[in-house]
Write a new protein. Structure first.
Length: 135
């Protein structure tokens, strides 16, 4: 069940990256989180620290998900050391779009504050929320 929601988290991260990478004149609510305004603050390597489904926190235990969001618009998700997903991402404002061949396209709302990246949306009819820490 965590894997299902991990895909959603990746999608959210992608949306965050794109939104933060807007050019001057575009809406970019996350500009202060990134010291280099030319690089979207969502770009980087992120470790999931919290997953909430319909308001309930999932017990992560030893589960590890690492999301790497690249400046070239691609991302990879690693779960427990194994490649789980790869695809593309984009942002506009606070909207994050994540696409991969296996699960299609997902849409999230995201935010970056310091070393914390969050994304939320709907997956499989459930409200999901992901929180990541920059690595």
């Amino acid at each position: 069940k965590i894997s299902q929601y991990a895909s959603m988290a990746v999608a959210s991260m992608v949306l965050l990256s794109m939104a933060a990478g807007c050019k001057d004149g575009d809406s970019n609510t996350n500009a202060d989180a990134n010291p280099d305004p030319q690089v979207n603050p969502v770009v980087g390597t992120w470790l999931v620290t919290r997953i909430t489904v319909d308001g309930d926190d999932l017990e992560l235990g030893n589960y590890e998900m690492i999301l790497t969001i690249n400046a070239d618009g691609t991302y990879t998700r690693i779960e427990d050391g194994d490649a789980a997903e790869a695809g593309t991402w984009s942002t506009q404002g606070t909207a994050l779009t994540i696409s991969d061949q296996s699960s299609g396209t997902d849409f999230y709302t995201y935010g970056v504050s310091g070393s914390i990246f969050t994304m939320s949306g709907e997956q499989g009819g459930s409200a999901v929320y992901y929180e990541f820490t920059r690595q």
